[in-house]
Design a protein around this ligand. Structure first.
Ligand code: MG
Ligand code: MG
Length: 272
């Protein structure tokens, strides 16, 4: 579909993105030691269907589940299973929905119980890099400016930016143009346009940027076994500026996190 969405299309994508936000918020309260990723997957599927939508990943390219669940050294595309989560784990949850013909797609990396301070920093900084990227998604900039902003921020900590997997446009299909790498050079690549809608999704490794794919044909993990974090938002360009369509507000409420990090990227405060 077109790179430039109409106001009506942006509102439909916002509605789908917010259902993903609510799903992540629901899951945030359920994540604890002993829970399996398959339990969480079932809860998410029920929640999405109860809201008159369908899971966006289930069956997409033959993916077998509702959620991509990627613990610890897994980067993305992990398949839910019966292994209980343990205190000290991190779990990246990526969720998509399709509602009224439009997709929402966003992700958050959760701590399970207490995690070590280095891993805590990886999560904080990966989330911070997402907002650096969003800030650069505006008229006058290009694809490379977003990747540059993310890469510059995280590499100062010695982290690795995954190269092989990237963000993307979204709309009536889950993955549309343009590709949105989390690395890049200033002023390079496609110029951003009014009405563009993208998923910005830094995948940041505590160690090397290199990855491996597991034999299941899906799971991506870090080559060195160090942890990896993934945070993703859906963003439109409205009046030349980035407008957040998804929100971590529900997750923050469930986890007791107080932050105004989203405020600069919303023309009208979100009503819940
Ligand atoms: Mg995603
Ligand atoms: Mg995505």
């Amino acid at each position: 579909m077109s790179l430039q969405k109409t106001t009506e299309e942006i509102e439909l994508i916002r509605s789908s993105a917010l259902l993903v936000s609510k799903t992540l918020g629901m899951l945030a309260s359920e994540i604890k030691p002993g829970v399996t990723t398959l339990d969480l997957d079932k809860k998410a599927e029920t929640f999405i269907r109860d809201h008159n939508a369908i899971p966006g990943f289930l069956g997409l390219y033959d993916f077998p589940n509702t959620l991509c669940m990627s613990p610890n050294a897994q980067v993305v595309h992990g398949i839910p299973n019966n292994t209980p989560l343990q205190a000290g784990d991190i779990i990246s949850i990526d969720c998509g929905v399709l509602q009224n013909g439009y997709y929402g797609d966003h992700a958050y990396t959760f701590a399970v119980g207490e995690i070590n301070p280095e891993t805590e920093k990886l999560l904080e900084r990966t989330k911070a890099s997402l907002y650096k990227g969003i800030e650069a998604f505006c008229i006058g900039n290009r694809v490379g400016d977003v990747g540059y902003a993310i890469q510059q921020y995280v590499e100062q900590f010695g982290y690795g930016v995954v190269r092989e997997l990237v963000g993307h446009g979204l709309g009536t299909t889950m993955h549309e143009k343009p590709e949105m790498p989390n690395y890049g050079k200033r002023g390079r690549g496609k110029a951003f346009l009014q009405g563009m809608v993208v998923a910005i999704e830094p995948m940041i490794n505590q160690g090397t940027h290199r990855i491996k794919q597991l034999k299941d044909g899906w799971t991506i993990r870090t080559a060195d076994g160090a942890p990896s974090a993934h945070f993703e938002h859906n963003v439109a360009i409205v009046n030349g500026k980035p407008e957040l369509l998804s929100t971590f507000k529900y997750v923050n409420e469930a986890l007791g996190i107080v932050t105004d990090e989203e405020a600069p990227f919303r023309a009208v405060p979100l009503e819940i």
